[in-house]
Design a binder for this molecule. Structure first.
Ligand SMILES: [Fe+2]
Ligand SMILES: [Fe+2]
Length: 476
């Protein structure tokens, strides 16, 4: 067997890798670096086999295969959604023209940047989650963590494929850089703020997969609209896997809230902490943190770069095809968050009208916020059904922001503007304190026995792929 055919078999793909010598060489050079990155920055807990889903196809007959694999042997494949030969550009100044199969020369560096920024988030989250295996609340949860990790690894492959196949030498350099930057590194951090934060415990992990992975879903949704067809098809396929990451976050928080509510009712107390569950105010603080840093990922309220990406056809809107307008937006406007003149020489939290094109970040963030609100009402339903009056809520968009119109001010979760002193005095009531973090960490004891689960979380309603909760999802 030649190395070439070995490679195209090792890397399941539908991009004709077996016939593309140049791409094979680029991937062959990159793959050992990927594996050493995975060994040193990927999941730290040693395991034997894990019951994992592997993408193997894109057809309607089923795209994934489930089975036990040692993680290092996971077959990170390269898949693009099936090509629609008649696809046309859906927005911007090239609307109606056939989708591009090659990189349009004038947009080359913008496109490369979009791919690099998306690609950078994928390995970042693997790095952030690297030590969580040691404290997993059950084998089911441990398996889900690893599933998310290998798929984020595959998403990195997906972006590296685009860089290597379409961007020549600079694409290969960028592919190396994606392994060189590291989450939280002083010298070469990941590009976006939320991806340099720690994910030190499972409460953070579920909030991360709910709020931060959901940003990924929205970014992929806009890139799926891209005129550059290989990017569009890549993102479309990634969204299939992303649905599982959303499920892990949504049901993870469900199960924590359920367990907390159960102990509050059983013991008639507002503080189930001493009983080994996470008190609702602590869950709320973690929610506040992850939501606010995820809002930052959408960038400033207005952006001429993003307006240009739209006009060029590189990055569309969420569900572009369902929007009832001209898909060019040259004469529309939108209200965006802003600090406005309060009339007395002071500034206050408000809104201002801008051209729709420059306000596209706001448009996307708004879609995202609506989606986040649906999670909160779901968790509140669990509280209501348990018979509790307590409710969780999304903090105001001005709360704890480092990017955009509210980066320079402080605000409470209710949207009240605060002086810096007031903020310092009160922020411990709204964001996790060292005491909260230490408490949460004290609950994080591993439960690696089949069918058992930690006391701070309820078991899931369903297992994976029809298997029961007490299946041996991970062999340690
Ligand atoms: Fe991803
Ligand atoms: Fe994800």
């Amino acid at each position: 067997m030649t190395i070439a055919s070995d490679y195209s078999e090792k890397i399941p793909n539908n991009v004709g890798l077996a016939d593309d010598r140049r791409l094979q060489r680029a991937l062959e050079a990159w793959q050992p670096n990927f594996l050493s990155w995975w060994e040193s920055m990927g999941p730290a807990l040693p395991t034997q086999d894990v019951y994992l889903r592997t993408a193997v196809n894109v057809g309607r007959e089923g795209w994934a295969h489930f089975g036990f694999v040692p993680m290092r042997d996971y077959r990170w494949g390269i898949f693009l959604a099936e090509r629609d030969a008649g696809r046309r550009i859906g927005f911007g100044e090239h609307k109606g023209e056939p989708a591009c199969q090659k990189v349009p020369g004038e947009y080359r560096s913008d496109l490369r940047r979009l791919i690099v920024v998306q690609g950078d988030t994928e390995p970042a989250s693997v790095e952030q989650q690297r030590n969580l295996g040691a404290t997993a609340p059950s084998l089911y949860d441990l398996r889900n963590l690893f599933q998310v990790n290998v798929e984020e690894g595959r998403h990195l492959w997906a972006m590296v494929y685009l860089l290597q196949a379409y961007f020549g030498r600079d694409g290969r350099d960028e592919a190396e850089e994606l392994l060189h930057r590291n989450s939280g590194s002083e010298d070469s951090p990941r590009i976006l703020g939320a991806f340099n934060e720690e994910t030190p415990d499972w409460l953070s992990f579920y909030m991360f997969t709910y709020f931060t992975d959901r940003d990924g879903k929205y970014q992929l949704g806009t890139l799926k609209e891209s005129a550059f067809d290989p990017l569009s098809r890549t993102c479309e396929f990634m969204l299939k896997e992303e649905a599982h990451h959303m499920m892990v976050g949504t049901t993870g928080v469900d199960r924590m809230v359920e367990r907390t509510a159960q102990l509050m009712i059983e013991h008639d107390t507002d503080d189930p902490g001493p009983l080994g569950a996470i008190p609702l105010p602590v869950i709320q603080k973690y929610l506040n943190f992850h939501y606010s840093v995820s809002l930052d990922l959408f960038g400033g309220e207005t952006s001429t770069n993003v307006a240009n990406y739209y006009t060029a056809g590189l990055k569309g809107r969420w569900l572009e095809g369902r929007r009832a307008d001209d898909h060019r937006l040259s004469s529309d406007s939108i209200m965006v968050d802003a600090l406005v003149d309060a009339g007395n020489g002071e500034r206050s939290i408000g809104q201002t009208e801008v051209e729709a094109l420059t306000g596209l970040n706001t448009d996307l963030r708004r879609e995202y916020i609506r989606d986040c609100a649906s999670g909160v009402s779901r968790w509140n339903k669990i509280l209501a059904e348990a018979g509790l009056p307590h409710r969780l809520q999304l903090p105001h968009a001005a709360f704890n922001r480092q990017v955009g119109a509210f980066a320079g001010i402080e605000a409470s979760p209710d949207g009240e503007m605060l002086t810096a002193d007031e903020w310092d005095r009160r922020k411990g009531a709204w964001l996790p304190t060292d005491v909260d973090k230490t408490f949460v960490r004290s609950l994080m004891r591993p439960v690696h026995e089949r069918g058992k689960i930690a006391a701070w979380i309820a078991p899931p309603r369903n297992g994976i792929n029809g298997k029961p909760f007490d299946y041996d999802y991970v062999r340690l």
